[in-house]
Design a protein around this ligand. Structure first.
Ligand SMILES: [Ca+2]
Ligand SMILES: [Ca+2]
Ligand SMILES: [Ca+2]
Ligand SMILES: [Ca+2]
Length: 546
């Protein structure tokens, strides 16, 4: 039998096949404008209604463009050798089969009302949505056979009757990462949208040790009862670090909560969903420290900011210094296998100069039991206004694989004397929720360990870590054994009092102006004498930690 419509393709013999397994009906209302691109074999439906009867299929080897809905009981098979596109102008299509290893790209939102079958290859949303109607079904999905929403676009499921583990066929790259949805209650006009990405969540704290390189964003509307979602990650490819450390985390736009359930055998994370927009993934159990500290060396009480001469001189190392000589013997790392490293852009000028980076600091998380044992250490950055931030230069820092709870926290610095919260008076609550974790203010509080002699007080009343520990022994002194003045003179300046070393990142640069000087303006010797020791050559400052 002869097709009712011809598609010409003289040269390359590519074709749009109107496969006449059965009859194909065209109901032509006005101009006959179903046409075929002669060289490429597109199917373009303009102002006609086009129908494929039950059991029939139209095989399309290039792009499908339709100004009209395609509600046929038959099937549209996309089976090109090169990538294809669908532009439904937002209209519905009933039954679709994908058989194209090069992929099918959406050029408009598409809604499917029948069966979507994957034989080979994927649909890429490319910024558009692919909606599965309340009665739509999907088959054949798996690795390389799914709807890819990476970076842009969504798969939306319309919900009339309740869903029971309804499989949303999403993936990214070559790997299938579906979401299973269940609902209860009466839902009117309800729908749920899913986007999956094969990278770590952009909201994830920067220094977590174990996490998934996959995350799902789930939006919902019209859910009157309950919605639960289970996402399945790729067994090996998605896991960074130790899978056994992972907890199922959900982000509501403000806080992370490890309130989900993870099944590391089935590679699933499951949650009740109670917000209209959430992001889910798995991360090691972390808690957050929000803290502020000022270093006496660079602190300027007039501007109430620390100077950032080391940053401006470009001498702050991208990787924290405490793992390396000359600091590593004085700063013992505990449960701290990673040397924190920041991107060089973190040391660029920030939108607010108060957020520019001053230096690396060293943090100790201690338990509140007798002895205040150090549970975990890590390095972090400090901004000019004193905010202690993670390696991205702005986020609160995390301690990993530790529970929410009350802790003692100490902050130390390579040529300043550290401070700690006083376990007798204040044990800050550190939690995974940014909105709930305590703020630890080393610049103002009366909860610091060791009393008033354990820290300096700037002329504006702010508490500062004592500076001047040029030889990193936890003591600042001007005379006598192992004094810091002689260390600068003998060890750093080779006993040349008139020498100046510039652009240095050195413990002997106690005022942190990137220079080591013994005489002349803003020299390091006088900083110790006048500022740290308050014009006394006999006072000795000693680091005081629990
Ligand atoms: Ca800040
Ligand atoms: Ca570290
Ligand atoms: Ca010293
Ligand atoms: Ca200096």
């Amino acid at each position: 039998m002869k097709p009712l419509l011809y598609f010409y393709n003289y040269e390359q013999r590519k074709e749009v096949l109107l496969t006449c397994m059965s009859r194909i009906l065209f109901m032509i209302f006005c101009l006959f404008t179903v046409c075929a691109n002669q060289s490429k074999g597109q199917l373009i439906i303009d102002s006609v209604s086009f129908d494929v009867e039950t059991g029939a299929k139209v095989t399309i080897t290039n792009d499908l463009t339709s100004a009209k809905g395609l509600p046929s009981t038959g099937k549209y098979l996309l089976q090109g050798a090169d990538s294809q596109s669908i532009n439904m102008n937002g209209k519905t299509i009933s039954n679709l089969e994908i058989d194209n290893a090069s992929g099918v790209w959406l050029q408009s939102d598409v809604k499917l009302t029948g069966l979507l079958k994957f034989s080979n290859g994927k649909i890429i949303t490319d910024g558009h949505s692919f909606t599965l109607s309340d009665i739509a079904e999907v088959s054949g999905m798996g690795n390389d056979k799914f709807i890819e929403t990476n970076n842009s676009g969504q798969v939306i499921k319309d919900i009339a009757l309740n869903l029971s583990s309804y499989e949303i066929p999403v993936g990214a790259g070559t790997l299938y990462r579906p979401v299973f949805l269940s609902t209860t209650g009466s839902n009117t006009g309800a729908h749920v949208g899913i986007q999956v990405s094969d990278s770590a969540s952009s909201n994830k704290p920067p220094s977590t040790s174990d996490y998934l390189k996959a995350n799902w964003t789930i939006t919902s509307a019209g859910i009157n009862g309950t919605l639960s979602a289970q996402a399945r990650y790729a067994a090996t490819a998605d896991v960074v670090g130790n899978e056994e450390n992972l907890k199922a985390y959900i982000f509501n736009g403000t806080d992370w909560s490890s309130s989900g359930t993870i099944n590391t055998m089935g590679n699933t994370i499951s949650y009740p969903i109670t917000n209209t927009s959430v992001n889910i993934t798995a991360i090691d159990k972390f808690n957050l420290l929000k803290a502020k500290v000022l270093l006496q060396g660079p602190y300027n009480a007039s501007s109430q900011l620390m100077a950032d001469n080391l940053r401006i001189a470009g001498v702050i190392p991208l990787t924290e210094p405490y793992s390396q000589p000359p600091y590593n013997t004085a700063f013992a790392k505990i449960n701290d296998p990673i040397a924190e490293t920041a991107d060089d852009t973190v040391f660029d000028d920030q939108p607010l100069k108060s957020d520019d980076i001053v230096d690396w600091v060293f943090l100790e998380l201690r338990n509140t039991a007798a002895g205040n044992n150090i549970i975990q250490t890590r390095s972090a950055l400090v901004q000019r206004d004193g905010d202690i931030v993670d390696i991205d230069g702005k986020s609160p820092v995390t301690f990993n694989n530790v529970a929410d709870g009350n802790y003692t926290v100490a902050v130390r610095h390579r040529n300043h004397l550290g401070n700690s919260t006083d376990p007798a008076t204040f044990t800050p609550m550190l939690t995974e929720k940014q909105s709930a974790t305590s703020f630890v203010d080393f610049t103002a509080s009366s909860f610091l360990f060791g009393g008033t002699s354990a820290h300096g007080v700037a002329s504006d009343g702010k508490f500062v870590l004592w500076g001047g520990d040029a030889n990193i022994n936890g003591i600042v002194r001007f005379a006598g054994l192992n004094n810091d003045k002689d260390f600068i003179y003998v060890n750093s300046l080779n006993s040349d009092a008139s020498a100046t070393l510039s652009d240095v990142y050195s413990p002997a640069d106690v005022n942190m102006d990137s220079k080591i000087k013994f005489n002349a303006l803003a020299n390091d010797k006088d900083f110790i004498y006048t500022k740290v020791l308050e014009n006394s050559s006999t006072i000795i400052r000693t680091e005081s930690l629990p």
